[in-house]
Ligand binder design. Sequence first.
Ligand code: PGA
Length: 262
Amino acid sequence: MIAGTSCEGAPRLEILADAGALARRAATLVINHTPARADSIYVFPTGKTPLGLYRELVATHRRVGFGFGGVRFFALDEYAGIARDDPRRLGRWLWQVLLEPMGVPRAHVVGFDPGAPDPDLACARVDARIAARGGIDLLVLGLGENGHLGFNEPGTRFDAPSRLVELTPETRATNAAYWDDRVDVPATAYTLGPRTLLAARRVLLLVSGKRKAAILDRTLNGPIDLAVPATMLRLHPGLTVLADTDATPPPPEPRALGQNDS
Ligand code: PGA
């Protein structure tokens, strides 16, 4: 199924019945892709949307021994200004739900240092390390309700490098749901930038739930615009969007021919 009307090339859109079907389809795509480049770089997100995918991957690992071999996992983003052992670390989250259960060696995981003394230098090093390995091979993303990708918030230039950013109030509010109510969401964070993300070979955008329907519609059918960072993905030739029916409003009814239509 193809959606999107821009001349930049329509992304491949697959609509799945529900979140479970989306997770299974995403797992199939990740597993089928994996033998292709054993020493390549993968970037996977945290958030609620990918949790079903991660459960499927871990179950497949336990059932038939599927593993990531020599794949290197680079962090998509990370809160800044927190301790390395802070329970809010996004790198720790991904480690716990996916990487450790999959048997990925710690040496294959590269995160942002949340307390890096020189953030610009630290981010430039991450971009350089990814570029030196030929770029991201497989990039999996969730879609923020404000259209952000990673922590590339509205207004981000599409050629921005990886960097330290300020989180918007909306992102801090939605991220608060990940944690205990008493826990503050940091005001700043590191994120891979569009320059590195758009150079990925294959991109999988996962979108689930009614709360994402409006932003998915803008992402696929609105103007390509810095105000909705996810629209930058329409510039990418290797984009697949997996969305469940809740996130994809039904197409408008065909207009009935009336007396004035001759
Ligand atoms: P979610 O987050 O998967 O928890 O909805 C997506 C995002 O904000 O990038």
